[in-house]
Design a protein around this ligand. Structure first.
Ligand SMILES: C[S@@+](CC[C@H](N)C(=O)[O-])C[C@H]1O[C@@H](n2cnc3c(N)ncnc32)[C@H](O)[C@@H]1O
Length: 221
């Protein structure tokens, strides 16, 4: 990604529809839900948004914290593959302390799956080594709670210097709502609620941070 800001509003607005029309996400399933309900055998609407964002921004380095069944990271891998090899070699890394859906990962050799607690310095070091340069998109989707998500930002924003950070579930509970309020103050107009563009439910929300690569990571406390 050459310039993280250039054309960003148009990319955010068009990402979902672009992916729906041009990227096949069949088989990119969410899997077992974290809420009461049956197995989700298909992509979540926000997978299309993430895939479109990656394709339209020509991202080639993506980090996901929180793999679950791999649905989101498989969607991102499909987005990169959909460009017909015109982009730089993909570097796609996902981290989870659980290993679900192991068989499906066999179809995505371009995805590096790291198993461990992403807050563990040894795991963070492996993540850092997996990338040859700054990350384009970092998707933070671990336990949806203030401290854990904040620590992910504290560790990984300076480590992989992402152009864009996506946060899931910014309104899921009071703890996440408080975090998003604090991030909105710390990041100013570089924090943006993208719930609507991402087709995420209003009750849970989706957020975007655009860190300043030349500035220190905003501290929340
Ligand atoms: C909401 S799910 C991720 C969903 C996935 N990103 C998607 O969109 O399909 C959250 C995942 O984060 C993992 N997780 C939570 N805290 C973690 C941590 N500290 N380190 C690694 N994984 C963690 C959980 O095991 C769970 O699989």
């Amino acid at each position: 990604m050459a310039n993280p800001i250039e054309g960003l509003p148009e990319i955010l607005d068009g990402a979902y529809t672009f992916a729906l029309q041009h990227i096949d996400l069949a088989g990119c399933s969410y899997g077992k839900p974290h809420w009461p309900g049956p197995y989700i055998d298909g992509p979540q609407p926000y997978y299309y948004f993430l895939a479109g964002l990656v394709a339209l921004s020509r991202s080639s380095r993506v980090l996901e914290l929180g793999t679950h069944f791999g649905g989101a990271i498989f969607s991102i891998a499909r987005a990169m593959a959909s460009r017909g090899g015109g982009a730089a070699s993909p570097e796609i890394v996902t981290v989870d302390f659980r290993t679900r859906n192991a068989e499906a990962f066999g179809a995505y050799p371009q995805v590096t799956r790291l198993v461990g607690n992403c807050l563990d310095p040894a795991v963070a070091a492996r993540v850092g080594q997996a990338f040859s340069g700054p990350v384009d998109v970092m998707f933070v989707d671990v336990t949806h709670e203030y401290e854990q998500t904040r620590r992910c930002l504290d560790i990984y924003v300076p480590l992989v210097t992402p152009a864009l950070v996506i946060l899931d579930d910014i309104r899921l509970n009071p703890s996440m709502a408080r975090l998003w309020a604090d991030l909105s103050i710390a990041y100013g107009d570089r924090a943006r609620d993208i719930t609507e563009s991402a087709r995420r439910e209003e009750t849970v929300g989706f957020g975007l941070l655009v860190p300043e690569r030349s500035a220190p990571t905003p501290s929340l406390r």
